[in-house]
Design a protein. Structure first.
Length: 535
């Protein structure tokens, strides 16, 4: 009868397996592995944050389709995002590194694929961080305005000042060691779940009147400016609220070098973060829509539509309480986004793809990539400077760049996984034979999403037409096109001569050999499972 393996032995074997896998991928373990499976789930769940994206962009869905798009559209988008997460999770399980998407693309397709994937991922990470922080500033300013109406206004300058304070605070939090950040993200996950539950209960009990189920699940509103003959196009625009919210879950992969049992925990963390967000988000959106006091009032409130619903359907005290919950969640969300983006920049710099890469790949005494954290915070802040001139346009540009950049980066390694076919070597978690339809549907959905984000959101945003306004212009085609030209030109003229993809560290091979020799000497009770290897 075999002796049960003690928790200490199991923990030691897991640590060795994690380190061996990373060494086989070509990197030494320089970041602390202090995150468990729940913490890995928590960072993606926090960045998705249904108390951030859903609330700050609710008006986008309500204007373009109304309640039917808010509720059913959320489920449609959520279902497709689960498939995208599953397709990515299979690759993450095979190659759990902080570089994540660009590393996968480099190994599966070569340096050029890795280059474009990495830069779109980094661009999207910076943009989504900026958008989250600015959305948080909008809600924080609204809360402060309720508390101190004579001192705090809601103009763009005040919002930008609040945004700057938030950036500085979240920068400071990210300079702490990963063990504290792990606990911070765990707290965030519970804050989000409990917060959604509290808001739903308040909106079901406090308002004296509610909308009917027919309104919540069947009412159509077209305030887009497009005619009703183009209602399906309008519905497509409305889906962008849900799609903007359910993004950023690649954070689980970027934190894989700091996660125990990474090959399995990273994959499951990514998938369950999306599944949980879809479930909690649906309940939250249904409760908010039941509480709608007046359709025209919601339309007139624009970006403050949720604040309007809460204030009018309950009272100032309850609205303030729900805003405190939401602002707290958005603070957690922005902090986690800085963490994820800084790890991506650290890993991309480790392979010399970023100018001044030696600076960004430095790790502090607490094993935090301090300079990468600073770089992400500063660039995210700079991206929102245009909001001083026009808050709506500036924020829209940030969200568009975020979604398109991230989802292009999501799609490229999935396409390469499809090309690899049965030659792909899975990790501890895989889709089995289901990869064939899951991966293909994921790529098609991403293509649809990218097209939708490139289209004009209003008739006045169509260049060359009567009534065209630069304030209504969708700048996403210009920004994304500019990014393609910049990254493409840079690669053709220069980077192709020196960027070779992931750089194998010589000391990593030496450490791997030393580890294998030590294991042979110790002759453990049961050998550590050797992970499958990169290509």
């Amino acid at each position: 009868m075999s002796t049960p393996i003690s928790p200490k032995t199991r923990e030691r074997d897991t640590a060795r397996s994690d380190e061996a896998l990373l060494l086989r991928l070509g990197y030494s373990q320089v970041l602390y592995r202090e995150m468990g499976g729940f913490s890995n789930f928590a960072i993606s769940f926090t960045i998705i944050s249904v108390l951030a994206g859903c609330l700050t962009s609710y008006n986008l869905a309500f204007n373009n389709g109304g309640p039917v798009v808010v509720t059913w559209g959320w489920l449609v988008v959520g279902g497709f995002c689960v498939l995208v997460a599953m397709a990515m999770a299979e690759i993450a399980s095979s190659m759990p590194t902080a570089g994540a998407l660009y590393f996968w693309a480099s190994r599966l397709g070569g340096p050029a694929w890795g280059w474009f994937t990495g830069w779109f991922n980094l661009l999207g990470q910076i943009a989504v961080t900026a958008a989250i922080q600015y959305g948080c500033a909008t809600f924080t300013t609204a809360l402060l305005n309720l508390w101190f109406p004579s001192l705090v206004g809601t103009d763009t300058t005040t919002i930008f000042i609040t945004f700057t304070v938030i950036v500085v605070a979240q920068l400071g939090l990210n300079l702490l060691n990963v063990n504290l950040l792990s606990k911070f993200n765990t707290l965030s996950a519970w804050w989000h779940m409990a917060g959604v539950a509290l808001i739903v209960v308040i909106l079901l009990i406090v308002p004296t009147e509610h909308q009917s189920a027919a309104f919540v699940f069947g009412e159509v509103v077209n305030n887009s400016g497009f005619s009703d003959s183009a209602i399906w196009f309008v519905f497509g625009i409305g889906l962008l609220m849900a799609q903007y919210t359910v993004t950023g879950y690649d954070a689980s992969a970027h934190m894989s070098e700091e996660t125990r049992g990474a090959s399995r925990a990273t994959a499951l963390g990514m998938i369950w973060a999306v599944v949980a967000s879809v479930a909690f988000g649906f309940v939250l959106l249904v409760a908010i829509t039941f509480a709608v006091p007046d359709v025209q009032g919601v339309l007139d409130a624009a970006g403050m539509s949720v604040v309007y619903i809460w204030t009018e359907s309950t009272n100032a005290a309850w609205a303030e309480f729900m805003l405190i919950i939401s602002v707290g969640a958005q603070w957690f969300c922005g902090t986690a986004s800085v963490t994820s983006a800084s790890r991506m920049l650290f890993a991309f710099s480790r392979d010399r793809a970023v100018p001044f890469s030696r600076l960004w790949r430095r790790v502090g005494a607490n094993r935090v990539p301090v300079n990468s954290v600073l770089a992400i915070a500063v660039t995210a802040w700079a991206l929102m400077i245009p909001t001083l001139a026009n808050g709506v346009v500036g924020y829209a540009v940030g969200t568009s760049i975020a979604v398109i950049g991230l989802y292009i980066a999501f799609a490229l390694p999935i396409i390469l996984r499809i090309k690899a076919g049965d030659k792909f070597e899975p990790g501890a978690w895989s889709l089995g034979k289901h990869w064939k339809w899951v991966s293909r549907i994921a790529v098609v959905w991403i293509a649809v999403v990218c097209v939708l984000f490139l289209l004009p959101l209003t008739p006045n945003g169509v260049p060359g037409t009567e009534g065209f306004s630069w304030e209504s212009m969708n700048y996403a085609p210009l920004t994304v096109g500019g990014a393609v030209v910049l990254f493409g030109g840079w690669y053709v003229l220069s980077a192709r001569k020196w960027f070779t993809g992931p750089v194998q560290e010589a000391r990593a091979q030496e450490q791997l050999q030393a580890m294998q020799q030590q294991q042979q000497r110790e002759m453990p009770r049961q050998p550590v499972r050797q992970p499958v290897r990169p290509y």
